[in-house]
Design a binder for this molecule. Structure first.
Ligand SMILES: [Zn+2]
Length: 175
């Protein structure tokens, strides 16, 4: 049975009851998107998910996505100082030879948990497929339109990209 553990790391430096509620909403929407992406008639899929505030331990990390204040506070750049992030990016994924890192940005502020979940799921697609902007964008759906903006509903092509990547095995994650 396919099983995926998703860890979101909150690096926004924010803490309040409403922030926690909003985070729970992002994860709930993200899991819904991934249940669709991983769905097959053949077998059930289990998705485990959690928010943490510090780097998780290295074992059992399938998919790790960092939530940071904005691109000026990129967590990816702490590991890869030369990484290029588009000015208008809502998130970024960097694929290195031995490790992959994904992050999404709290600012500019999006209105709904679903809006953030869509960005996080798009970055997860980069992460799992190993495809950069030029290869992934323009395939439409969650893979993104030609300028890289992801759209719902997911497409069959989105499902193929993610399920193929899962079968190949996920890359080591930036923790
Ligand atoms: Zn993208």
């Amino acid at each position: 049975m396919p099983e995926l553990t998703v860890t979101f790391v909150d690096r926004t430096g924010t803490s309040s009851a409403s922030h926690e509620t909003f985070k729970a909403g992002i994860m709930q929407e993200f899991v819904k998107i991934f249940e669709d992406l991983l769905y097959t008639d053949a077998e059930a899929t289990v998705i485990n998910s959690r928010w943490v505030s510090h780097s998780p331990a290295s074992e059992d990390q399938d998919l790790v996505i960092h939530w940071v204040p904005d691109r000026d506070n990129s967590y990816l750049r702490k590991t890869w100082p030369s990484v290029q992030i588009a000015t208008n990016a809502s998130g970024h994924t960097f694929v290195d030879t031995n490790m992959t890192g994904s992050e999404f940005y709290r600012r500019p502020r999006l209105q709904t948990p679903l809006a953030y979940a869509k960005i996080a799921a798009h970055e997860a697609m980069h992460n799992i497929s190993g495809l950069g902007n030029r290869q992934l964008h323009g395939q439409n759906g969650l893979a993104g339109d030609p300028v890289g903006t992801p759209h719902l509903p997911i497409t069959d092509n989105d499902k193929t990209l993610v399920q193929t990547g899962m079968q190949r095995g996920l890359p080591a994650q930036l923790l």
